[in-house]
Each structure stands twice: as structure tokens, then as C-alpha cells.
Design a protein around this ligand. Structure first.
Ligand code: ACO
Length: 322
């Protein structure tokens, strides 16, 4: 049995910050942000209650309703995030509690922008082994709490939001998938956790924020995504022409156009919402999936290529039949 998506949901905060809003915070402008990234606006949480847990729960409730399953039917809940509200318990356990998914085993995955793909692949492996039959997989981020709002090179890139899918074990769905990581390039994109302040260690208590070597990330993404695609197409005995849509992590529109160019594919094969949502890390692919699902773009039998890439470095990809 393989993973089949049977429901989607998403949540975006109501508050929208445009590029002009960014220009009031740091020395930047709409022209710079738009031409370098394609981003026009991003959604940001705007109250302490509207946090990672809250957004994950809202997206999960919508996905559950869309699937027709009940919370008690869920066997496993995986939440991909790097911006949980708690060090422990996991966001997945908080979602489980709120939904009343009493039978589910619940845990978080920390694989940054590849996190949702790591979630899909993990669940697919469970389904293949027959361990579980149903799953809730969520990608959620409140990146606005880990970016430095005085650093123009990063704060303009990110947004907050959540996307969720319900999956069940089925005869068709996942065609092929892969995931990988390379810790030797951990310094390219990072954000430190809080420092130790035990009686034997004296540390400065400065908070740490997202650090990124943008050009290295750009090169990594443009190299890695086509590499993953070719591996999966070969494994599945399919060609580029068989794929209806390429749903890539929405980091930045220039990365998408560079990948499309490298593959000699038109941009209408690469749906995107980065202009409206910015980069929402682990949430970007499930938010996009939900938009396309509810717009009716995805038809039964559509072949999708999904690919996430990010800090770690990490990458994940999947060929899916809708
Ligand atoms: N507004 C105006 N100027 C800016 C801004 C800004 N928001 N940010 C940086 N600049 C300036 C820099 O200070 C620099 O000025 P200088 O030449 O006087 O020193 C100049 O613009 C060029 O800076 P670079 O960092 O070289 O800009 P670059 O052309 O590389 O574009 C960008 C930066 C958009 C981040 C690019 O590297 C990129 O697309 N990288 C991909 C990484 C990415 O999208 N990461 C998202 C998160 S990671 C992930 O999701 C996997």
C-alpha cells in the first residue's frame, strides 16, 4: 500500500504585510524585493494566541473535514516545523489534544523547508510496512518569530502559515519518493536555539535569528531539485511530459524560474503563491496543494512532482498520483 492524499486544508493569518510595509521597517523597497524574489506580500501572525499550534490546528481541522474522516480515525500525526511554541511537548501532540485524535501517535519533524516532504515519505514508509493506515501531515511555521526584523536580507523573505493533508494507505498515490541531508553545509542556513545558562556556563543571552547565505541556498536548490526529479522519473519509468505540475517549495520565484529553465519547461507547470505568501518553509507546499485542490486544478489521476529543500541541508521529493 502507498500514501494517497484524501483531504487538504490550510491557514493563513489575516494580517498581510506588503513590501511597502517592509520598507517602513528596513531600508528596502518593493522593486528590490519583487525583482529578486517575486514576493509582493506575506501573511504574519498578529496576536500571541495566533501561534504555531493554533495555525496547525486550523489547517488540520479543514483537512479532516475535506477528507470525510473523523479525528479518531487518524493513526499518526506528523508536524513539520522549525518554529514550535514549545520545546516540549511537540506541536503534533498539541494538535492531537485539540482534535481529540485519541488513537494517533504524534511527533514533530525538524527538516526545515524539506519537512513536509520528510513527513510524506515517513508516512508512506509506515503505509508500505502496514504499520498505520491513516495519517495527518502538517507543515506549519511562525517564521516571523525567528527572523531578525532589522536584517533586510532575511526579514523580507519569510511569512507565517500552515498547510495540512490527510493521507490513507491505498493501492495508488505515491509513485516514488526520496529524501536526503548533508550536514556538512549546516552553516549555510541556520538559527540557534536558546543558549545554556546553567551554573557552569556563562553565555550572552542574546537571542539568535535566522542566518542565511542566500547565494549558496540558491545554487543548492537549482542543482538539487532537477537531480531529485531525474532520479524519481527514472525509478518510476516516467518522463518530464508525464508530470502535470511541479509543486516546489516556495522559497523564491527566481529559484522556480531557474529550475524551469534548466528543465526546459514552461512556468505554467510550476504553480506558485510566493508572491502572496512569501517563504513559509515547511508550510509552503501543503498550502499550495490546498489552494490548487480547492481551485479544482488537481484532477484525479494528475501526476505531481513535489520537492522541498532547505536548512540542514535537507531535501525531499515525491512523484504522486492525485
Ligand atoms: N532590500 C534592498 N537591498 C537589499 C536587501 C533588501 N531587502 N537585502 C539585501 N540587499 C542588498 C545587500 O545589502 C547587497 O548590497 P551591497 O551590494 O551594497 O552589499 C545587495 O542587496 C545584494 O545582496 P545579495 O545578498 O548579494 O543579494 P542577492 O542578489 O544574492 O539576492 C536573495 C538575495 C534574494 C536572498 C538571493 O540570494 C536568493 O534568491 N537566494 C535564495 C535563497 C532564498 O530564497 N532563501 C529563502 C530561504 S531558504 C529556503 O527556503 C530554502
Amino acid at each position: 500500500m502507498r500514501l494517497k492524499i484524501i483531504g487538504t486544508g490550510s491557514y493563513l493569518p489575516e494580517k498581510i504585510a506588503t513590501n511597502d510595509h517592509m520598507a517602513q521597517l528596513v531600508e528596502t523597497n518593493d522593486e528590490w524585493i519583487s525583482t529578486r524574489t517575486g514576493i509582493k506580500q506575506r501573511h504574519l501572525v498578529s496576536s500571541p494566541e495566533e501561534n504555531t499550534t493554533y495555525m496547525a490546528i486550523q489547517a488540520a481541522k479543514k483537512a479532516l473535514a475535506d477528507s470525510g474522516l473523523q479525528a479518531e480515525d487518524i493513526d499518526v500525526i506528523l508536524v513539520a516545523t522549525v518554529s514550535s511554541d514549545y520545546v516540549t511537548p511537540s506541536t503534533a501532540c498539541m494538535v492531537q489534544k485539540e482534535l481529540g485524535a485519541s488513537h494517533a501517535v504524534s511527533f514533530d519533524i525538524n527538516a526545515a523547508c524539506a519537512g513536509f516532504l520528510f513527513g510524506l515519505n515517513t508516512v508512506d514508509a509506515y503505509f508500505r510496512c502496514g504499520v498505520y493506515q491513516t495519517a495527518l501531515i502538517i507543515g506549519v511555521e511562525t517564521l516571523s518569530k525567528i527572523v531578525d526584523w532589522s536584517d533586510r536580507s532575511t526579514c523580507v523573505l519569510f511569512g507565517d502559515g500552515a498547510g495540512a493533508v490527510i493521507a490513507k494507505a491505498d493501492e495508488s498515490g505515491m509513485i516514488a519518493c526520496l529524501q536526503g541531508s548533508d550536514g556538512t553545509h549546516a552553516e549555510v542556513l541556520s538559527c540557534k536555539a536558546r543558549s545554556n545558562n546553567n551554573p557552569y556556563i556563562s553565555t550572552d543571552k542574546n537571542l539568535d535569528y535566522v542566518f542565511m547565505n542566500g547565494q549558496e541556498v540558491f545554487k543548492f536548490a537549482v542543482r538539487k531539485v532537477p537531480e531529485c526529479l531525474n532520479l524519481l522519473l527514472e525509478q518510476a519509468n516516467l518522463t518530464l511530459e508525464d508530470v502535470d505540475y511541479y509543486l516546489l517549495h516556495q522559497a523564491n520565484y527566481r529559484i522556480l524560474t531557474s529550475i524551469a529553465k534548466k528543465l526546459h519547461l514552461p512556468m505554467d507547470k510550476f504553480p506558485s503563491n510566493v508572491d502572496r505568501c512569501g517563504n513559509t518553509s515547511a508550510a509552503s507546499i501543503p498550502i499550495l496543494l490546498d489552494e490548487l485542490n480547492h481551485k479544482g486544478v488537481l484532477k484525479e489521476g494528475s501526476i505531481l512532482f513535489l520537492s522541498g529543500f532547505g536548512a540542514g541541508l535537507t531535501w525531499g521529493a515525491a512523484l504522486l498520483k492525485w
